[in-house]
Design a binder for this molecule. Structure first.
Ligand code: STX
Length: 319
């Protein structure tokens, strides 16, 4: 069988900065067909920002594709690479409110909500807060930020699969502070010392960049080494993880009742080390009505061939 691949590269027909309050301007762009079916893409991290390839997961003839960079990352301002920029007004619930502000700004009534990894958590949080606004959900690499999920990737678990790369991740943290790596990283990532901050951010970001694909992807690791990208990404992720995503216990799984009626597709890579399949399985158990795909030969990243195939099949199915 031939696998579905990205649609051709596309440029936005409209873009801007939206004042979302607390001194934040949020970058947004719209691509595809202005009269098409509205869809919004939620990027990962948190702190990862949108890329040009993200636009290519929808048929541009059929969809009005909305993308935005979440607070303090990507092209949004102010940017978390600047250590003076506080993340206090950056929580899941601020992002949910920002999505509503953007939807109203664009004059959209309802939209398809599409997100992977952290974007899947934000998609679930958004839909469970505003179920009437989501026409469908397409979510991948399911992440609900429960303590065991964070422990697995940032403390112990994934470390056993990638002992070689793990050495790079723990390197910035002295041995006597390794009992709680997320907390130990917090002070380094927010250090006034630029060198210390960048060293920690690179190690944090490259651990993720090196482990999200089934097979090594050198470009990915390089990109995650860029100082401004790495500092913003690592600071924002760490901030969300210290707060367990600003969610209550099991909140996103328990909240399925509010969205059960919404048509949905869940896509998960079997060998996803970053957001392991146990979470997608918990979601599937709680939400058997949603179409569920466990891709047998894929890791975490959206552009793993088997994952991308299912995602594009899903957006084509809903167009
Ligand atoms: N972070 C999971 C996540 O959302 C724990 C994610 N991982 N990599 C990414 O996002 C990018 C590729 C978007 C940077």
């Amino acid at each position: 069988m031939e696998l579905r691949t990205l649609y051709p590269p596309i440029e936005p027909y409209d873009s801007g900065l939206l004042d979302v309050g607390d001194g934040n301007s949020m970058y947004w762009e719209v691509c595809g067909n202005p009269d098409g079916k509205p869809a919004v893409l939620l990027h990962g991290g948190p702190g990862g920002g949108c890329t040009a390839d993200h636009r290519r997961q929808f048929d541009p003839e059929a969809y009005r594709i909305v993308l935005f960079d979440q607070r303090n990352c990507g092209r949004s301002k102010p940017h978390a690479a600047d250590p003076e920029v506080s993340l206090e007004a950056n929580t899941t619930w601020h992002l949910v409110a920002d999505m509503e502000r953007l939807r109203e700004h664009l004059g959209i009534e309802r939209w398809l909500v599409f997100g992977g990894s952290w974007g899947s958590a934000l998609a679930l949080a958004y839909a469970q807060t505003h179920p009437e606004r989501a026409t469908e959900l397409v979510i991948r690499g399911i992440f609900t930020l429960r303590p065991f999920e964070l422990y697995w990737f940032y403390q112990e678990g994934a470390s056993l699969l990638f002992p070689d790369l793990w050495e790079g991740y723990v390197a910035p943290i002295p041995e006597d502070e390794r009992e709680d790596l997320i907390t130990a990283y917090r002070s380094r990532l927010n250090s006034p010392d630029r060198e210390e901050r960048i060293t920690a951010a690179r190690a944090w970001a490259q651990w993720e960049g090196a482990t999200i694909t089934l097979l090594p992807d050198h470009d990915n690791v390089q990109e995650f080494g860029d100082p401004d990208y790495a500092v913003a990404f690592a600071r924002i992720e760490n901030h969300y993880f210290v707060h367990e995503g600003f969610f209550g216990e099991e909140q996103l799984i328990a909240g399925v009742d509010k969205i059960r009626h919404i048509p949905a597709v869940i896509v998960q890579g079997r060998y996803d080390v970053c957001t392991p399949p146990a979470t997608a399985w918990d979601l599937h158990r709680a939400w058997p009505e949603a179409e569920f795909h466990m891709v047998p030969d894929a890791g975490h990243a959206y552009n793993e061939p088997g994952i991308l195939h299912r995602l594009i099949e899903a957006t084509d199915g809903f167009r």
